[in-house]
Design a protein around this ligand. Sequence first.
Ligand SMILES: [Zn+2]
Length: 334
Amino acid sequence: MELSRLIGNESLKRQLNLETGRRGLSHAYILCGPAGSGKRTLAGLLAAALVCSRTDGPRPCLRCAACRKAMGGIHPDIVRTGGDGRDITVAQVRSLRSDAYIRPNEAPRKVYIIENAQRMNTSAQNAMLKLLEEGPAYGAFLLLADNASALLETVRSRCELLTLSPVAEPEAEAWLRERYPDKPPEALRQAAIQCGGILGRARALLEEDPAAGGAVRETALTLLERMSDGDELQLLELCAGLEKWERETLTALLEETISLVRDALAHGAGARLECESRQYAAVSRAAGALSPRQLSRLADKLDQLRSASGSNAGAGHLTGWLCAATAELTVRHH
Ligand SMILES: [Zn+2]
């Protein structure tokens, strides 16, 4: 298979190449990995490979009319659903099922890409199971999920699992350099470090702020300062401003804040701090203003929020929880 547009993930590519070399693509896959890890890129390539009209050589060729339509998102035999962030209902799955019985227009296959597959409730998943089991032979199903364990075992057992992995830092940096030739190298390097191998997160960092992650870092410091102040209104105001952020960027913010809170905890216990001055001031102030118990509860709570941000919580919910949690643990009542 031609998968060079997917960065990193060498073992996954080997798995797919081995498999397609032997018996072609399977009819149902679960693509899983955190938000921003490349599920959609991979789904796009698999869908293109399924409709590609090339007869010799690796697919997708990315050149034939079918591939171009697939990559442009306008191929009539590739159907996408679940991308609107809402729950996927049983009615939606049933309508996919009726659609699946209409033969493909142009391609030999008809491909269904189900984003946020974890947002199908049990009855929607059971309807999906039926479709996987009894659907027409030309049907192919790509289920995208942040976490495959959110899907029923019966659904999982009908699909092949493709797990996206974080990309190594040098590879992430090289890709970012290619994609953002105008950004300063230092900004790209910082984004490559901060994204934890999740390229979507690196993009969110870079597109959020030309200073590449600068906004995330500055906001994490401000959040720590306001938690040290224990002023509810100031916390509210800060959190309200985060509602417009992408989920990936919020995740990065949570990670940054957790690491600052842990620094404060360590500093309070006597650890030396080696960092730039604003960070030093914020961390040592937090160590003075908040007790070790408060700090460790904060770290736990923020960690829970970070897990929620990896599942399917929207930005509005996340910032609401962030506000409630930080206020509960730090606000001083006079
Ligand atoms: Zn092609």
